[in-house]
Design a protein around this ligand. Structure first.
Ligand SMILES: Cc1cc2nc3c(=O)[nH]c(=O)nc-3n(C[C@H](O)[C@H](O)[C@H](O)COP(=O)(O)O)c2cc1C
Length: 340
Protein backbone atom coordinates (compact mmCIF):
# COMPACT_ATOMS: atom_id res chain seq x y z
CA UNK A 1 0.00 0.00 0.00
CA UNK A 2 1.26 3.50 -0.80
CA UNK A 3 2.60 5.32 2.29
CA UNK A 4 0.16 8.18 1.69
CA UNK A 5 -2.81 5.80 1.79
CA UNK A 6 -1.43 4.00 4.82
CA UNK A 7 -1.12 7.33 6.57
CA UNK A 8 -4.65 8.22 5.57
CA UNK A 9 -6.20 5.01 6.91
CA UNK A 10 -4.45 5.64 10.23
CA UNK A 11 -5.82 9.18 10.51
CA UNK A 12 -8.52 9.75 13.17
CA UNK A 13 -11.96 10.84 12.03
CA UNK A 14 -14.67 12.75 13.85
CA UNK A 15 -18.14 11.25 13.67
CA UNK A 16 -20.70 13.43 15.40
CA UNK A 17 -19.42 14.11 18.91
CA UNK A 18 -16.91 11.22 18.96
CA UNK A 19 -13.64 10.34 17.24
CA UNK A 20 -12.55 7.02 15.73
CA UNK A 21 -8.82 6.20 15.44
CA UNK A 22 -8.71 5.33 11.72
CA UNK A 23 -10.61 4.90 8.48
CA UNK A 24 -11.25 1.16 8.16
CA UNK A 25 -14.47 -0.04 9.73
CA UNK A 26 -16.39 -3.29 9.81
CA UNK A 27 -19.58 -3.68 7.75
CA UNK A 28 -22.63 -5.04 9.58
CA UNK A 29 -23.42 -8.58 8.39
CA UNK A 30 -26.29 -10.73 9.60
CA UNK A 31 -25.10 -14.13 10.80
CA UNK A 32 -21.45 -13.03 10.64
CA UNK A 33 -20.60 -9.98 12.76
CA UNK A 34 -21.81 -11.58 16.00
CA UNK A 35 -20.17 -11.25 19.38
CA UNK A 36 -17.91 -14.27 18.77
CA UNK A 37 -16.59 -12.90 15.49
CA UNK A 38 -15.99 -9.51 17.08
CA UNK A 39 -13.96 -11.07 19.87
CA UNK A 40 -11.90 -12.83 17.21
CA UNK A 41 -11.42 -9.58 15.29
CA UNK A 42 -10.24 -7.79 18.42
CA UNK A 43 -7.65 -10.51 19.06
CA UNK A 44 -5.95 -9.37 15.82
CA UNK A 45 -5.98 -5.70 16.82
CA UNK A 46 -9.59 -4.90 15.86
CA UNK A 47 -10.63 -2.07 13.58
CA UNK A 48 -11.69 1.55 13.97
CA UNK A 49 -15.38 0.80 14.45
CA UNK A 50 -17.31 -2.46 14.70
CA UNK A 51 -20.96 -3.09 13.89
CA UNK A 52 -23.43 -5.63 15.26
CA UNK A 53 -25.63 -7.71 13.00
CA UNK A 54 -28.89 -5.95 12.16
CA UNK A 55 -31.23 -5.94 15.16
CA UNK A 56 -34.99 -5.57 14.92
CA UNK A 57 -36.06 -2.21 16.34
CA UNK A 58 -39.28 -3.83 17.52
CA UNK A 59 -37.34 -6.28 19.70
CA UNK A 60 -34.47 -4.09 20.91
CA UNK A 61 -36.33 -2.25 23.72
CA UNK A 62 -37.19 -5.46 25.60
CA UNK A 63 -34.36 -7.70 24.32
CA UNK A 64 -32.33 -9.69 26.87
CA UNK A 65 -28.69 -9.32 25.87
CA UNK A 66 -27.80 -12.70 27.38
CA UNK A 67 -30.40 -14.56 25.33
CA UNK A 68 -30.68 -12.61 22.06
CA UNK A 69 -28.54 -14.08 19.26
CA UNK A 70 -27.89 -10.61 17.79
CA UNK A 71 -28.36 -7.93 20.47
CA UNK A 72 -25.43 -9.29 22.46
CA UNK A 73 -22.05 -7.83 23.28
CA UNK A 74 -19.02 -7.85 25.60
CA UNK A 75 -18.94 -4.71 27.75
CA UNK A 76 -15.39 -3.88 26.70
CA UNK A 77 -16.37 -3.54 23.03
CA UNK A 78 -19.13 -0.96 23.59
CA UNK A 79 -16.87 2.14 23.20
CA UNK A 80 -16.16 1.12 19.59
CA UNK A 81 -19.30 -0.84 18.72
CA UNK A 82 -22.27 0.48 16.75
CA UNK A 83 -25.62 -1.23 16.96
CA UNK A 84 -27.42 -1.48 13.63
CA UNK A 85 -31.21 -1.44 13.80
CA UNK A 86 -33.88 -2.02 11.18
CA UNK A 87 -37.56 -1.22 11.23
CA UNK A 88 -40.43 0.40 9.35
CA UNK A 89 -41.70 2.91 11.89
CA UNK A 90 -39.80 6.06 12.94
CA UNK A 91 -41.18 6.00 16.48
CA UNK A 92 -40.18 2.37 17.02
CA UNK A 93 -36.73 3.09 15.59
CA UNK A 94 -36.34 6.08 17.94
CA UNK A 95 -37.33 3.97 20.96
CA UNK A 96 -34.84 1.28 19.99
CA UNK A 97 -32.11 3.90 19.49
CA UNK A 98 -32.72 5.16 23.04
CA UNK A 99 -32.00 1.70 24.43
CA UNK A 100 -28.87 1.49 22.27
CA UNK A 101 -27.69 4.79 23.70
CA UNK A 102 -28.57 3.81 27.27
CA UNK A 103 -26.53 0.59 26.97
CA UNK A 104 -23.44 2.62 26.09
CA UNK A 105 -22.84 1.79 22.42
CA UNK A 106 -20.60 4.13 20.43
CA UNK A 107 -23.47 4.82 18.07
CA UNK A 108 -26.55 3.65 16.26
CA UNK A 109 -26.78 2.79 12.56
CA UNK A 110 -29.97 2.65 10.51
CA UNK A 111 -30.25 -0.19 8.03
CA UNK A 112 -31.56 1.24 4.74
CA UNK A 113 -29.63 -1.27 2.65
CA UNK A 114 -30.85 -4.78 3.30
CA UNK A 115 -32.67 -6.03 0.20
CA UNK A 116 -33.60 -9.50 1.45
CA UNK A 117 -37.27 -10.11 0.55
CA UNK A 118 -38.32 -10.97 4.11
CA UNK A 119 -37.05 -7.57 5.30
CA UNK A 120 -38.26 -5.46 2.36
CA UNK A 121 -41.74 -7.04 2.52
CA UNK A 122 -42.12 -5.45 5.95
CA UNK A 123 -41.06 -2.06 4.53
CA UNK A 124 -37.72 -2.25 6.33
CA UNK A 125 -34.13 -2.06 5.03
CA UNK A 126 -33.75 -0.97 1.42
CA UNK A 127 -37.54 -0.80 0.99
CA UNK A 128 -37.37 2.55 2.80
CA UNK A 129 -35.41 4.02 -0.11
CA UNK A 130 -38.68 3.86 -2.11
CA UNK A 131 -40.21 6.33 0.34
CA UNK A 132 -37.51 8.97 0.90
CA UNK A 133 -39.83 11.15 3.01
CA UNK A 134 -40.37 8.32 5.48
CA UNK A 135 -36.67 7.41 5.49
CA UNK A 136 -35.78 11.04 6.17
CA UNK A 137 -38.35 11.26 8.98
CA UNK A 138 -36.84 8.14 10.51
CA UNK A 139 -33.39 9.73 10.57
CA UNK A 140 -34.86 12.95 12.01
CA UNK A 141 -36.82 11.16 14.75
CA UNK A 142 -33.87 9.00 15.77
CA UNK A 143 -31.68 12.12 15.77
CA UNK A 144 -34.08 13.83 18.18
CA UNK A 145 -34.10 10.75 20.43
CA UNK A 146 -30.34 10.25 20.90
CA UNK A 147 -27.12 12.23 21.00
CA UNK A 148 -24.69 9.38 20.20
CA UNK A 149 -23.33 9.23 16.63
CA UNK A 150 -26.02 8.31 14.12
CA UNK A 151 -25.09 6.72 10.82
CA UNK A 152 -27.13 5.47 7.88
CA UNK A 153 -26.12 2.53 5.72
CA UNK A 154 -27.83 2.64 2.37
CA UNK A 155 -27.73 1.56 -1.25
CA UNK A 156 -28.17 3.35 -4.57
CA UNK A 157 -31.95 2.96 -4.48
CA UNK A 158 -34.29 0.89 -6.63
CA UNK A 159 -33.15 2.29 -9.98
CA UNK A 160 -29.62 2.61 -11.29
CA UNK A 161 -29.38 6.42 -11.32
CA UNK A 162 -26.51 8.40 -9.76
CA UNK A 163 -28.85 11.23 -8.69
CA UNK A 164 -30.84 8.92 -6.39
CA UNK A 165 -28.15 8.26 -3.76
CA UNK A 166 -27.06 11.88 -3.97
CA UNK A 167 -30.55 13.06 -3.11
CA UNK A 168 -30.87 10.47 -0.33
CA UNK A 169 -27.49 11.42 1.12
CA UNK A 170 -28.47 15.12 1.24
CA UNK A 171 -31.75 14.28 2.94
CA UNK A 172 -30.04 12.06 5.56
CA UNK A 173 -27.47 14.75 6.29
CA UNK A 174 -30.11 17.46 6.68
CA UNK A 175 -32.13 15.15 8.96
CA UNK A 176 -29.14 14.91 11.31
CA UNK A 177 -27.09 11.85 10.30
CA UNK A 178 -23.45 12.09 11.43
CA UNK A 179 -22.03 9.68 8.83
CA UNK A 180 -23.09 7.68 5.79
CA UNK A 181 -22.04 4.20 4.76
CA UNK A 182 -22.83 3.77 1.12
CA UNK A 183 -22.97 0.53 -0.87
CA UNK A 184 -23.38 1.57 -4.52
CA UNK A 185 -25.63 -1.19 -5.78
CA UNK A 186 -29.32 -1.04 -6.65
CA UNK A 187 -31.54 -2.71 -4.11
CA UNK A 188 -32.74 -5.72 -6.08
CA UNK A 189 -29.12 -6.65 -6.85
CA UNK A 190 -27.89 -8.95 -4.11
CA UNK A 191 -24.18 -8.55 -4.94
CA UNK A 192 -24.20 -10.04 -8.45
CA UNK A 193 -23.08 -7.09 -10.59
CA UNK A 194 -20.04 -5.04 -9.46
CA UNK A 195 -20.76 -2.05 -7.23
CA UNK A 196 -20.47 1.33 -9.00
CA UNK A 197 -17.77 3.08 -7.01
CA UNK A 198 -18.21 6.28 -9.06
CA UNK A 199 -21.49 6.81 -7.20
CA UNK A 200 -19.52 6.96 -3.95
CA UNK A 201 -17.68 9.97 -5.34
CA UNK A 202 -20.98 11.70 -6.17
CA UNK A 203 -22.30 11.05 -2.65
CA UNK A 204 -19.07 12.25 -1.05
CA UNK A 205 -19.20 15.48 -3.06
CA UNK A 206 -22.82 16.10 -2.11
CA UNK A 207 -22.48 16.14 1.70
CA UNK A 208 -20.10 17.40 4.35
CA UNK A 209 -20.49 14.54 6.86
CA UNK A 210 -18.07 11.57 6.59
CA UNK A 211 -18.87 9.07 3.85
CA UNK A 212 -17.64 5.47 4.06
CA UNK A 213 -17.49 3.58 0.78
CA UNK A 214 -18.45 -0.08 0.76
CA UNK A 215 -18.46 -2.89 -1.77
CA UNK A 216 -15.88 -5.37 -3.01
CA UNK A 217 -12.80 -3.95 -1.37
CA UNK A 218 -10.81 -7.17 -1.03
CA UNK A 219 -7.14 -6.19 -1.43
CA UNK A 220 -4.87 -3.29 -0.42
CA UNK A 221 -4.97 -2.22 -4.09
CA UNK A 222 -8.79 -2.08 -3.96
CA UNK A 223 -8.53 -0.01 -0.80
CA UNK A 224 -6.14 2.46 -2.44
CA UNK A 225 -8.27 2.66 -5.55
CA UNK A 226 -11.50 3.32 -3.67
CA UNK A 227 -9.89 6.08 -1.62
CA UNK A 228 -8.17 7.69 -4.59
CA UNK A 229 -11.05 7.51 -7.05
CA UNK A 230 -13.93 8.41 -4.74
CA UNK A 231 -12.39 10.68 -2.10
CA UNK A 232 -14.34 8.76 0.55
CA UNK A 233 -13.50 9.39 4.21
CA UNK A 234 -13.16 5.72 5.04
CA UNK A 235 -14.00 2.20 3.95
CA UNK A 236 -16.42 -0.32 5.37
CA UNK A 237 -15.08 -3.86 4.87
CA UNK A 238 -17.54 -6.73 4.73
CA UNK A 239 -16.86 -10.24 3.52
CA UNK A 240 -13.07 -9.98 3.38
CA UNK A 241 -13.11 -9.15 7.11
CA UNK A 242 -14.69 -12.55 7.77
CA UNK A 243 -12.23 -14.39 5.52
CA UNK A 244 -9.24 -12.54 7.05
CA UNK A 245 -10.11 -10.83 10.33
CA UNK A 246 -6.53 -9.55 10.56
CA UNK A 247 -7.07 -7.53 7.37
CA UNK A 248 -7.58 -4.25 9.25
CA UNK A 249 -4.36 -4.45 11.24
CA UNK A 250 -2.48 -5.86 8.26
CA UNK A 251 -3.41 -2.93 6.02
CA UNK A 252 -2.90 -0.46 8.83
CA UNK A 253 0.65 -1.63 9.54
CA UNK A 254 1.70 -3.31 6.30
CA UNK A 255 2.86 -6.43 8.20
CA UNK A 256 2.81 -9.79 6.43
CA UNK A 257 1.02 -12.76 8.00
CA UNK A 258 2.14 -16.40 8.22
CA UNK A 259 0.15 -19.09 6.42
CA UNK A 260 -0.50 -20.85 9.72
CA UNK A 261 -2.75 -17.98 10.77
CA UNK A 262 -5.54 -19.32 8.52
CA UNK A 263 -5.65 -22.70 10.29
CA UNK A 264 -5.45 -21.18 13.78
CA UNK A 265 -8.11 -18.65 12.86
CA UNK A 266 -10.67 -21.28 11.90
CA UNK A 267 -10.08 -23.21 15.11
CA UNK A 268 -10.28 -20.07 17.18
CA UNK A 269 -13.59 -18.99 15.69
CA UNK A 270 -15.03 -22.39 16.51
CA UNK A 271 -13.78 -22.02 20.09
CA UNK A 272 -15.30 -18.54 20.41
CA UNK A 273 -18.62 -19.58 18.87
CA UNK A 274 -18.86 -22.34 21.47
CA UNK A 275 -18.01 -19.85 24.18
CA UNK A 276 -20.87 -17.52 23.19
CA UNK A 277 -23.52 -19.87 21.73
CA UNK A 278 -25.06 -23.29 22.26
CA UNK A 279 -23.43 -26.14 20.28
CA UNK A 280 -26.01 -26.37 17.48
CA UNK A 281 -26.12 -22.64 16.60
CA UNK A 282 -22.32 -22.57 17.06
CA UNK A 283 -21.84 -25.24 14.36
CA UNK A 284 -24.38 -23.55 12.08
CA UNK A 285 -22.66 -20.18 12.44
CA UNK A 286 -19.25 -21.78 11.92
CA UNK A 287 -20.36 -23.31 8.62
CA UNK A 288 -21.67 -19.94 7.44
CA UNK A 289 -18.34 -18.26 8.26
CA UNK A 290 -16.33 -21.10 6.67
CA UNK A 291 -17.68 -20.08 3.24
CA UNK A 292 -15.66 -16.88 3.52
CA UNK A 293 -12.59 -18.62 5.01
CA UNK A 294 -12.59 -21.14 2.14
CA UNK A 295 -13.19 -18.52 -0.55
CA UNK A 296 -9.64 -17.16 -0.39
CA UNK A 297 -8.06 -20.51 -1.35
CA UNK A 298 -7.67 -21.91 -4.84
CA UNK A 299 -9.35 -25.20 -3.95
CA UNK A 300 -11.61 -23.70 -1.33
CA UNK A 301 -14.75 -25.25 -2.82
CA UNK A 302 -13.70 -28.85 -2.05
CA UNK A 303 -12.53 -27.83 1.43
CA UNK A 304 -15.88 -26.16 2.02
CA UNK A 305 -17.74 -29.31 0.98
CA UNK A 306 -15.90 -31.25 3.70
CA UNK A 307 -16.71 -28.63 6.30
CA UNK A 308 -20.36 -28.54 5.25
CA UNK A 309 -20.65 -32.33 5.61
CA UNK A 310 -18.92 -32.47 9.01
CA UNK A 311 -21.27 -33.38 11.84
CA UNK A 312 -19.33 -32.26 14.90
CA UNK A 313 -16.24 -30.38 15.95
CA UNK A 314 -13.87 -33.33 15.69
CA UNK A 315 -14.90 -33.83 12.03
CA UNK A 316 -14.55 -30.10 11.41
CA UNK A 317 -11.12 -30.09 13.04
CA UNK A 318 -9.99 -33.08 10.94
CA UNK A 319 -11.18 -31.33 7.76
CA UNK A 320 -9.29 -28.16 8.75
CA UNK A 321 -6.07 -30.08 9.51
CA UNK A 322 -6.29 -32.22 6.37
CA UNK A 323 -6.65 -29.08 4.25
CA UNK A 324 -3.92 -27.01 5.88
CA UNK A 325 -1.44 -29.92 6.20
CA UNK A 326 -1.17 -29.78 2.38
CA UNK A 327 -0.09 -26.12 2.21
CA UNK A 328 -3.07 -24.88 0.18
CA UNK A 329 -2.50 -22.07 -2.31
CA UNK A 330 -4.15 -18.73 -1.69
CA UNK A 331 -6.05 -16.88 -4.42
CA UNK A 332 -5.29 -13.26 -5.21
CA UNK A 333 -8.99 -12.45 -4.87
CA UNK A 334 -11.78 -14.36 -3.16
CA UNK A 335 -13.81 -16.79 -5.21
CA UNK A 336 -17.02 -14.85 -5.69
CA UNK A 337 -18.92 -18.00 -6.63
CA UNK A 338 -18.55 -19.22 -3.06
CA UNK A 339 -18.73 -15.83 -1.54
CA UNK A 340 -22.12 -14.35 -2.52
C1 LIG B 1 -24.14 -12.61 4.77
C2 LIG B 1 -24.30 -11.11 4.69
C3 LIG B 1 -25.13 -10.48 5.60
C4 LIG B 1 -25.30 -9.09 5.52
N1 LIG B 1 -26.08 -8.47 6.47
C5 LIG B 1 -26.18 -7.11 6.48
C6 LIG B 1 -26.86 -6.44 7.54
O1 LIG B 1 -27.38 -7.06 8.48
N2 LIG B 1 -26.93 -5.09 7.49
C7 LIG B 1 -26.37 -4.35 6.46
O2 LIG B 1 -26.47 -3.13 6.45
N3 LIG B 1 -25.71 -4.98 5.46
C8 LIG B 1 -25.58 -6.32 5.46
N4 LIG B 1 -24.85 -6.94 4.50
C9 LIG B 1 -24.17 -6.13 3.46
C10 LIG B 1 -22.74 -5.79 3.90
O3 LIG B 1 -22.74 -4.92 5.01
C11 LIG B 1 -21.96 -5.13 2.74
O4 LIG B 1 -22.68 -4.00 2.32
C12 LIG B 1 -21.78 -6.07 1.55
O5 LIG B 1 -21.32 -7.34 1.97
C13 LIG B 1 -20.80 -5.47 0.53
O6 LIG B 1 -19.54 -5.24 1.14
P1 LIG B 1 -18.28 -6.27 0.88
O7 LIG B 1 -18.15 -6.38 -0.62
O8 LIG B 1 -17.12 -5.60 1.54
O9 LIG B 1 -18.66 -7.58 1.49
C14 LIG B 1 -24.66 -8.33 4.52
C15 LIG B 1 -23.81 -8.99 3.63
C16 LIG B 1 -23.61 -10.36 3.71
C17 LIG B 1 -22.67 -11.03 2.76
Amino acid sequence: MKPSIQKFINTPLKIGNRVIPGRLILAPMAGLTHVAYRELLESYGGCSLMFTEMCSARSVPQENRYVSPVFRWRDEELPHLVCQIFGADPEIMATAAKRVEAEGFFGVDLNFGCSVAAICKKNCGAALLKTPDLAEKMVRDVRKAVSIPLSVKFRTGWEDRPDLPVELARRFESAGADALIFHPRVAPDRRTRPPKWAYIRHVKQAVSIPVFGNGEVFTPEDCEKMIETTGCDGISLGRIAIAKPWVFSQWRTGHAVEMEIYRKNMKQIFFLLNKHYEPIPAIRKFKKMAIYNASVFQFGHSFLKKITRAGDFSEIESAIDAFFDHSPALSARPNLNLFR
